[in-house]
Design a protein around this ligand. Structure first.
Ligand code: PHE
Length: 452
């Protein structure tokens, strides 16, 4: 048995610190911006059901695998994979799995920062009171005008990326813990209050039916893939974020319990967001297919109508910015640790260069929303294409390979030693990671691409 490694980048102060940081990574725009709009585009109930199945049967086992690999390898995902592969006498080509994850994280960060920029802009817009008493049409119109202005988008995108670079360049451990400890519960309470408001619109049961009564005729290969991709995106899996956070986790912490807690919190935030948004959609006679502007077209209507809505809405978008920030940090971290380990860069330079590169790709994305919106490939604009490839292709493939490595390449002794699981729970994980997760991901990918 090799001696337990130590990370050169440090360790979390406790298991709770890891849970908080990983939850900070998981809970973000994926839950509040992405989940409702993707659910709306894919017909609601059946999509939600497949999404929940994916979280439970693929997401949780893959999350356990990622944390386990990270903690055992204790380096950037690229080097963790090559070290562990060597240890298990397998090919060092496994490092390309780390590399693909890094690229996926880079691509996600590029558009994530653009959308986080929208959220920042909305903090000020809601605060200014422009939505007071605004109709659904006015709110939608305001969003359309907003995204057609590249200069504004550029400003916010730049500010958000700089905020992310600053935290990562200082090392993710300081500050993240306290921030998440305070932010997540507050965001949760605000969401519950929003659901309360949504109930008062009188369209809550319609929303419940839409989200939880599956209409299987709406299920296509593509919507199943969208549900799988959303599960990976929301849980921060398949690109090394959870792996790198796992690499700072102490050896005594229990991985399975931790993974279940994180997945449960992440999923409840997404469902609450859905329950807050859809009643407002139906109450205002809107269609669920509102696209990626959904939260920005829907929530301000409610903030403009409810008592104290300006203050409440400002706080809501502000918290969403923070939630996005703690996620963006984890998107940049794998790349930065790799540059520090392999290129001998210091953290500040590594964070600045990789952030700048992601920012540049983000600029193309934000221009594709307006001046370059005419250029499309497979009917998708640049930002949609990057979001699709990274989320629905790269993350599931990354997750599949993580599961294969953890449950097929790694010896039973190694994984059992790291997971501290015995008997039936270990066997359950192994069956999920060996068969269920890889087969489900492979079948869904192949069906959606028309190969199967
Ligand atoms: N999980 C984050 C969210 O839901 C996004 C993310 C994806 C973060 C992948 C890290 C890795 O907003």
């Amino acid at each position: 048995m090799p001696a337990k490694r130590k990370s050169i980048h440090g360790e979390w102060s406790s298991r709770l610190a890891f849970i908080l940081a990983a939850t900070g990574s998981a809970v973000g725009l994926g839950n509040i911006w992405r989940f409702p709009y993707v659910a709306g585009e894919n017909g609601g109930g059946a999509f939600v059901l497949v999404y929940l199945l994916c979280v439970a049967s693929v997401g949780i086992p893959v999350m356990m695998a990622e944390v386990m690999l990270g903690r055992r390898g204790r380096q950037s995902p690229v080097n963790t994979m090559s070290t562990l592969a060597e240890e298990e006498r397998s090919s060092t080509h496994w490092q390309y799995l780390g590399l693909m994850g890094m690229v996926a994280g880079f691509l996600i960060l590029s558009f994530y920062s653009v959308v986080a920029g929208w959220t920042m802009a909305y903090v000020f817009r809601v605060a200014s009171g422009v939505f007071d008493g605004a109709t659904a049409e006015q709110v939608s119109g305001a969003f359309t005008v907003f995204v057609s202005d590249p200069e504004r988008l550029l400003g916010w995108h730049t500010i958000f990326m700089i905020m992310t670079i600053i935290v990562v360049s200082r090392g993710v451990k300081s500050g993240l813990e306290q921030a998440v400890r305070f932010l997540m519960p507050t965001l949760f309470v605000l969401l519950v209050a929003m659901v309360g408001y949504a109930i008062s619109t009188g369209h809550f049961s319609e929303a419940l039916a839409y989200l939880f009564r599956p209409d299987f005729s709406r299920l296509t290969g593509e919507s199943i893939l969208a549900a799988l991709g959303q599960a990976f995106f929301s849980l921060s899996l398949g690109m090394g974020a959870i792996m790198i956070y796992g690499s700072y986790l102490s050896h005594t912490a229990s991985i399975p319990r931790t993974a279940v807690i994180i997945a449960a919190m992440d999923t409840s935030v997404a469902l609450l967001a859905g329950l807050a948004i859809f009643p407002i959609v139906f109450a205002n006679g809107l269609e669920p297919e509102l696209g990626s502007g959904m939260v920005f077209k829907v929530l301000p209507i409610a903030f403009g109508q409810m008592p104290g809505g300006t203050l409440f809405g400002t706080l809501f978008f502000l918290l969403l910015v923070f939630a996005a920030w703690t996620s963006a940090i984890s998107l940049l971290e794998p790349m930065v640790t790799w540059l520090v380990e392999n290129r001998g860069m210091n953290r500040v330079m590594a964070a600045a260069w990789s952030g700048l590169a992601a920012w540049s790709v983000g600029v193309i994305s934000l221009l594709s929303l307006n001046v370059w919106s005419g250029y499309t490939l497979f009917g998708k604009s640049f930002i949609e294409l990057v979001e699709f490839i990274a989320t629905n292709v790269m993350l599931p493939m990354g997750g599949l390979l993580v599961a294969v490595f953890a449950a097929w390449v790694m010896s039973r002794e190694s994984s059992q030693d790291e997971l501290h699981l015995s008997g039936s729970t270990y066997r359950m994980w192994r069956v999920l990671a060996r068969y269920v997760a890889p087969v489900a991901v492979a079948v869904i990918l192949l069906t959606a691409t028309g190969i199967l």
